[in-house]
Design a protein around this ligand. Structure first.
Ligand SMILES: NC(=O)c1ccc[n+]([C@@H]2O[C@H](COP(=O)([O-])OP(=O)(O)OC[C@H]3O[C@@H](n4cnc5c(N)ncnc54)[C@H](OP(=O)(O)O)[C@@H]3O)[C@@H](O)[C@H]2O)c1
Length: 285
């Protein structure tokens, strides 16, 4: 029996987090429409809309009959979001927006474009009168999937280093998102939900945890900025993304903050990266 009668549009539905959100909503019997860029990829259920979040016609069609939207904004600039937000404002669904814990609410400008775009999106959604529920996520554990290729050919993960943060399991973020998406209350709108894992971890510590799970002696090798930039460009990453990642690496401050907001929303403590590594070890072989 479905335990909920919402019709929920999930954006970024083929992504690391979006997939987890879609699967959970389907298990709970909610009516889910997935917005994906390409039809290929994992089976996402019967109903999907294929196209780009920046296409207002597609977004308008995707919103028909929808009362709740799980919104991500994977671009580095909020300017192309204006049409999307206008469509949302016209359709007026409940919006749950996936933002970042790296936002400094006291800063006029954020330290890098990745944080800035989320800060801008939060403002744009509020200014459009949407009263979004904002879930701010820490670094997702699933980002480690980006290391799989290097680990298939050696024991070293190299790349730009990043400030330590409370890396959070995307399955916990998905559970928190479900709790909010299916909630029958407006109260969640006025709180800041900062979804963090239970430990503050460096990249080196994450790689070491992966090594323990894989029973291999792995290490992280931080690259100097110029080398990191040229390697990422050579890998085919778009230049604006590379520059944003470099800025994040150089300017993002260390954070020792850990919240219990995951537990508040899902009723159990957040999982460790060590457990994530054990659960996903097969993906790295
Ligand atoms: N990863 C983190 O540590 C983190 C932390 C805080 C917040 N966030 C936010 O959470 C979002 C989801 O994270 P994730 O790790 O699940 O990302 P992900 O695995 O990269 O998934 C993002 C999804 O968005 C899709 N997408 C990209 N550009 C699009 C566009 N213009 N129109 C429609 N779909 C588009 C991608 O499609 P393709 O599959 O075709 O590429 C992909 O499936 C991020 O985009 C970010 O805004 C992430």
């Amino acid at each position: 029996m479905p335990d909920h009668h919402s019709s929920i549009l999930v954006t970024g539905a083929a992504g690391n987090l979006g997939r987890e959100v879609v699967n959970r909503l389907r298990v709970r019997g909610a009516h889910v429409r997935s917005l994906v860029r390409h039809q290929t990829g994992p089976r996402l259920g019967a109903e999907s809309v294929v196209g780009d979040l920046t296409d207002p016609i597609l977004v308008r069609e995707a919103l028909v009959g929808i009362d709740t939207v799980f919104l991500i904004w994977p671009l580095l600039d909020s300017a192309p979001a204006h049409d999307l937000i206008a469509e949302l404002a016209a359709a007026a669904p409940r919006v749950v927006y996936l933002s970042t814990t790296a936002i400094d609410d006291d800063a006029v400008r954020q330290t890098d474009p990745i944080i800035q775009v989320h800060a801008d999106m939060e403002v744009l959604l509020r200014d459009a009168g949407l009263r979004p529920v904002v879930l701010r996520s820490d670094t997702l554990a699933s980002n480690a999937r980006g290391w799989a290729q290097q680990l298939r050919s050696g024991d070293v993960v190299s790349g730009p280093d990043m400030a330590r943060t409370a890396v959070v399991d995307e399955r916990d973020v998905a559970d928190a998102a479900i709790a909010v998406l299916l909630a029958q209350t407006d109260q969640l709108t006025d709180e800041i939900h900062e979804l963090m894992g239970p430990e503050v971890l460096s990249r080196a510590a994450q790689v070491a945890h992966l090594g323990a799970a894989l029973r291999r002696s792995l290490r992280f090798e931080p690259l100097a900025v110029d080398l990191a930039r040229s390697r990422m460009l050579a890998d085919g990453r778009p230049e604006p993304l590379v520059e944003a990642l470099i800025a994040a690496s150089v300017r993002r401050p260390e954070s020792n903050r850990i919240t219990d907001h995951v537990e508040r929303l899902i009723g159990r403590t957040a999982g460790t990266f060590a457990q994530w590594a054990i659960d996903h070890a097969a993906e790295f072989n």
